[in-house]
Design a protein around this ligand. Structure first.
Ligand code: ADP
Ligand code: MG
Length: 240
């Protein structure tokens, strides 16, 4: 569904991503796990098309969307994205926020209504559709962010620390809900987090990113049983 080949990126003389290669399969969830500043958002933005890579290639659903010469802009990629700070349009109601992407993609009114109804139920948005984002709690805002991303029926869902701005209790609740939701949808997902528990709950495979390099890419169980590097071992809670 998604293939990265030798993707690299520098800002000035700081090499933020060393050549990175991996595949995301259909319906698979990969969590990109790593500390602040290791290049997670940069990697996700390159996949989204919000940022150009310096080198390498991105393929999506069998089509090249980025290499040296070729570049497909975000709105023409079969993706959608959920942001850490929700990034809802403040002047639009919940309904308008969710419908915006569908309208831009010229989804027919009947189909729009049907998807909105489904997402309203799926993300518990009853009674919220006519509110503005400022009239919502953080958890509700992020539900809207997720609904908005799903509304365009992306083939690849990109999530950049979607739960990081929520308080601890809510984060745990949302983490479990999200695991259930994503399990039901079985949509190919790249999920960025610095939270090991979150990665363990949500991922089919975890990609441990450190200083712009992949330390290990494996299912959670394998990471735990056979950490490939001392850094992964530390992440897994081994202290020697
Ligand atoms: P993460 O999401 O893992 O916290 P980022 O991908 O946001 O990390 O950033 C990786 C590194 O690249 C950081 O050192 C950050 O300061 C730097 N960086 C990110 N974006 C830019 C930019 N637009 N210009 C310069 N440096 C940047
Ligand atoms: Mg980030």
């Amino acid at each position: 569904m998604l293939r990265l080949k030798d993707i690299s990126k520098a800002f000035g003389n700081q090499q933020v991503l060393h050549p990175i290669s991996f595949d995301l399969k259909e319906g698979e969830r990969i969590c990109i796990l790593g500390p602040s500043g290791c290049g997670k958002s940069t990697l996700l933005q390159i996949v989204a098309g919000l940022l150009r890579a310096d080198g390498g290639e991105v393929e999506m659903a069998g089509r090249t969307v980025e290499n040296g010469g070729q570049y497909v802009p975000p709105e023409k990629r079969p993706i959608n994205m959920v942001f850490q700070d929700y990034a809802l349009w403040p002047h639009m109601t919940v309904r308008e926020n969710i419908e915006y992407g569908m309208k831009r993609r010229k989804t027919a009114p009947g189909e729009r209504k049907e998807r909105l109804g489904k997402l309203q139920a799926l993300l518990q948005l009853d009674g919220l559709l006519d509110r503005l984002p400022t009239q919502l709690s953080g958890g509700q805002q992020q539900r809207v962010g997720i609904a908005r991303a799903l509304a365009t029926e992306p083939q690849v869902l990109l999530m950049d620390e979607p739960l990081s701005n929520l308080d601890v209790k809510l984060r745990t609740d949302m983490r479990n809900e999200l695991a259930h939701l994503l399990g039901t949808l079985s949509i190919a997902t790249l999920y960025v987090t610095h939270d090991t528990m979150e990665a363990f709950t949500l991922a089919d495979r975890i990609l441990v990113l450190r200083d712009g390099k992949i330390d290990q890419l494996a299912p959670p169980q394998e990471l735990f049983e056979r950490p490939a590097t001392p850094w992964v071992a530390r992440l897994m809670g081994y202290h020697n």
